[in-house]
Design a protein around this ligand. Structure first.
Ligand code: UDX
Ligand code: UDX
Length: 469
C-alpha cells in the first residue's frame, strides 16, 4: 500500500503545470499541490476562464476542470506544500548560464539549489524529492548533499524522473507516454522503495512495461541524450535541405524515402527554418559543456555542430529573403505568419521567428506579425532580450497584426514561420491580391502547396525544394 497521500510540485510552468494536472486527474486519491513563487502565474492557473490559463495546450482545460479544487490546487505557499507533501517534484527552470564560468553553455542550477535549500529548511518528516527539471548528470549528488547537510535529521531519497512531453501535445504525451523513466539509488533498499513509490503512481494509467527504472545517472543523462538525438535529426535533415535546393532534389521526398527504413523511422525528419523551444539548444549546450569539462573535446564538438547547423539554417533563411528581394528590405513591409516555436503552443522560447526577425530588422525591414496565440508584448520581450537595438526601435519596426489579412496588406513578402493549421486554409488568392507585386512567399515549414501558390502568382521559395524561378 503506497504511503504517498500528497505530492507537491515546485514550478508551475510548461512542465510542472500540465504534468501535475494529469497526475491529479488520473489519481483522484492523491492530493496534488502545485506551487510557484510567481503570483501572476498562480493567479492565472486559478482562473475561472480557462482560456486564461498561463499555458496553452490542447486538452489542458478539460484536465484542469476535472481535477482543480478536487485534488489539484495551485498556490504560492511553497513552505506549506513542502511540509504537507510526502513526495516533492522540482520543475523549476534551468536556463543556460549567462554569467561566469560556463556562460552561454552550462545550465544555471541556481533555482534548483534554492528549491533544495528550501525543502531542507522546511521538511519535518522524510521526503522523496523528484527531479523533474532537466539537469546535468550527477546533479542529484549535489541535491543530496544540500538536503542531508542542511536538514534537521530528516531523510531524503532523490529520484530523477525527466519529462519527455512535447509542447502542443503535452496532454496526449502525458496520458499515453512512450515511456516513463524513473532513476534512483537502486543500490539501496530505501532507494528501491522510493523508486517503487513513484512507479506505483504512474502505474495508475501507464502500462508497467513502459515504466523504465534505472540508476540516477542514467536517468539524468538519458533526458539530455533524447533531446540531443531528436535535435540532431532536425539539423541533419536541415543540412540535407540545402543540398536539395542546389541539386534539384526535394527534401520532403528524401525524408519520406529514408523514413520508410524502420531503422531510421519517419518522425522528426521535417526540414524547417530551425528548431526552437526551451529544451533542444539548452540541453545540447549543456551536454557540450559536460563533455568539455571531462576533457572530451571531440565529443563536445560533435554535439555542438547540431546547434551550429541550426543557427546557420535560421541565418540562411533570413539572408535568402534579403537576397531575393533585390538585396534590400529597407522600409519594405514583410509579413510573418507565426511567432511561436511550433504550432499549438503560445511558447516562443528560442523560436526561429525571433532570429529571422532580428536579422531582417538589422536590414531595416518593417515586420508585421500574425500569430493566433502570441500577444504583442511577448514578441517585443523576445526581441528586446537579444539587445540588438533599443526597445523603442523594436516597437517602431515590428507591428503585431490582428489577422493574416492585416499582416499581409501591401507586404512585399509573406514568410511562414510556424506551421499553424489555419495557415493551410487561408484564402491565398485574397492574400495575393492585397500584396505588392511581385508577391514573394518564403515557406519555412513546407506545409503549403507550392504548385498551387505559384499558379496564383506567388514567387515561391520553399525550404529544401528546387526554387528555380
Ligand atoms: C522547466 C525547465 O526549463 C526545463 O529544463 C525542465 O525540464 C522543466 O522545467 P518549464 O516548465 O518550461 O521547464 O519552465 P517555466 O515555464 O519557466 O517554469 C518554471 C517555473 O518555476 C516558473 O513558473 C517559475 O516562476 C518557477 N520557479 C522558478 C519557482 O517557483 N521557484 C524558483 O526558485 C524558480
Ligand atoms: C522537445 C522534445 O520533443 C520533448 O521530448 C522534450 O521533453 C522537450 O523538448 P518541444 O521542444 O516541446 O519538445 O517540441 P518538439 O516537438 O520536440 O519540437 C522542437 C522544435 O523542433 C520545434 O521548433 C519544431 O518545430 C522543430 N521540429 C520538430 C522540426 O523542425 N522538425 C521536425 O521534424 C520536428
Amino acid at each position: 500500500m503506497s504511503r504517498i497521500k500528497t505530492i507537491c510540485c515546485i514550478g508551475a510552468g510548461y512542465v510542472g503545470g500540465p504534468t501535475m494536472a494529469v497526475i491529479a486527474a488520473q489519481c483522484p486519491h492523491i492530493k496534488v499541490l502545485v506551487v510557484d513563487m510567481n503570483e501572476d502565474r498562480i493567479r492565472a492557473w486559478n482562473e475561472e476562464d480557462l482560456s486564461k490559463l498561463p499555458v496553452y495546450e490542447p486538452g489542458l482545460d478539460n484536465v484542469v476542470t476535472q481535477a482543480r479544487g478536487r485534488n489539484l490546487f495551485f498556490s504560492t505557499d511553497i513552505d506549506g506544500a513542502i511540509d504537507e507533501a510526502d513526495m516533492i517534484f522540482t520543475a523549476v527552470n534551468t536556463p543556460t548560464k549567462t554569467y561566469g564560468e560556463g556562460a552561454g553553455m552550462a545550465a544555471d542550477l541556481k533555482y534548483v539549489e534554492l528549491c533544495a535549500r528550501q525543502i531542507a529548511k522546511v521538511a519535518k518528516n522524510d521526503k522523496i524529492v523528484v527531479e523533474k527539471s532537466t539537469l546535468p548528470v550527477r546533479t542529484a549528488e549535489a541535491l543530496k548533499s544540500i538536503l542531508t547537510n542542511t536538514g534537521n535529521g530528516v531523510k531524503f531519497q532523490i529520484l530523477s524522473n525527466p519529462e519527455f512531453l512535447a509542447e502542443g501535445t503535452a496532454i496526449e504525451d502525458l496520458d499515453a507516454p512512450d515511456r516513463v523513466l524513473v532513476g534512483g539509488d537502486i543500490s539501496t533498499i530505501e532507494g528501491r522503495e522510493a523508486v517503487q513509490e513513484l512507479v506505483d503512481i504512474y502505474a495508475h494509467w501507464v502500462p508497467r512495461e513502459k515504466i523504465v527504472t534505472t540508476n540516477l545517472w542514467s536517468s539524468e543523462l538519458s533526458k539530455l541524450t533524447a533531446n540531443a538525438f531528436l535535435a540532431q535529426r532536425i539539423s541533419s535533415i536541415n543540412a540535407m535541405s540545402e543540398i536539395c535546393e542546389v541539386t534539384g532534389a526535394d527534401v520532403e521526398e528524401v525524408g519520406k524515402a529514408i523514413g520508410k527504413d524502420s531503422r531510421i523511422g519517419g518522425k522528426f525528419l521535417k526540414a524547417s527554418v530551425g528548431f526552437g523551444g526551451s529544451c533542444f539548444q539548452k540541453d545540447i549546450l549543456n551536454l557540450v559543456y559536460i563533455a568539455k569539462s571531462y576533457g572530451l573535446s571531440e565529443v563536445a564538438e560533435y554535439w555542438h555542430q547540431v546547434v551550429k547547423m541550426n543557427d546557420y539554417q535560421k541565418r540562411r533563411f533570413a539572408r535568402n529573403i534579403v537576397k531575393t528581394l533585390y538585396n534590400t528590405v529597407n522600409d519594405k513591409k514583410i509579413a510573418f505568419l507565426g511567432w511561436a516555436f511550433k504550432k499549438d503552443t503560445n511558447d516562443t522560447r528560442e523560436s526561429a521567428a525571433i532570429y529571422v526577425a532580428d536579422l531582417l530588422l538589422n536590414e531595416h525591414a518593417q515586420i508585421s506579425v500574425y500569430d493566433p496565440k502570441v500577444p504583442a508584448e511577448k514578441m517585443y520581450t523576445d526581441l528586446d532580450y537579444l539587445n540588438t537595438r533599443t526597445e523603442k526601435e523594436n516597437r517602431a519596426l515590428l507591428h503585431c497584426a490582428d489577422s493574416v489579412y492585416d499582416a499581409v496588406k501591401d507586404a512585399h513578402a509573406v514568410v511562414l514561420l510556424t506551421e499553424w493549421d489555419e495557415f493551410r486554409e487561408l484564402d491565398w488568392n485574397k492574400v495575393y491580391g492585397s500584396m505588392m507585386k511581385p508577391a514573394f512567399l518564403f515557406e519555412g515549414r513546407n506545409i503549403l502547396d507550392k504548385e498551387a501558390l505559384t499558379q496564383i502568382g506567388f514567387v515561391c521559395y520553399f525550404l529544401g525544394k528546387s526554387n528555380l524561378v
